[in-house]
Design a protein around this ligand. Structure first.
Ligand code: THU
Length: 149
């Protein structure tokens, strides 16, 4: 699975975004270590607070089926009807959720645009000095993690 292929799956998931309030449509595609892909879209709510991002939809779908080992996530986001999509970085809450399950060193966050470009970041680049299980005096919960990471 190339970064571009994963991004295209995120773009396809974006078609299902439910975002009648922001009109900002986002899709995500999460790749497991085993090569399975879980997709997600943002799902908004009239009360705003219960809204959820595409990335967390994908992660929660995967975790709820027993998957906890992930290697990458691709994100495709932009305003409804946008002819061209630009890079769409994940929000801070989603970065924190990634940090619960994904290696800061190895997990890759892939952004893409309609021009055929992708750029990948390591999770630790996007969430430096993140709060984790180690700060609670506990062992990291993700597969290759260490306390504090
Ligand atoms: N959103 C995502 O789904 N993922 C991101 O990475 C950024 C923001 C959603 C949340 C909300 O439904 C809309 O985009 C506007 O913030």
């Amino acid at each position: 699975m190339t970064d571009r292929e994963l991004y295209e799956l995120a773009a396809a998931a974006r078609e299902h975004a439910y975002a009648p309030y922001s009109r900002f449509f986002v899709g995500a595609a999460l790749l497991t270590d085993a090569g399975e892909v879980f997709s997600g879209c943002n799902i908004e709510n009239a009360a705003f607070g219960p809204s959820v991002c595409a990335e967390r939809t994908a992660i929660f779908k995967a975790v709820s089926t027993g998957q906890r080992r992930f290697s990458a996530i691709a994100i495709a986001g932009g305003p409804e009807g946008a002819g061209k999509l630009e890079f769409c970085p994940p929000c801070g809450v989603c970065r924190q959720v990634m940090a619960e399950f994904c290696s800061p060193e190895n997990f890759r966050v892939i952004l893409g645009n309609s021009g055929g470009e992708t750029v990948a970041y390591r999770l630790k680049e996007l969430l430096p000095l993140g709060f984790g299980a180690g700060d609670l005096g506990q062992k990291s919960k993700h597969a290759d993690g260490q306390a504090g990471s």
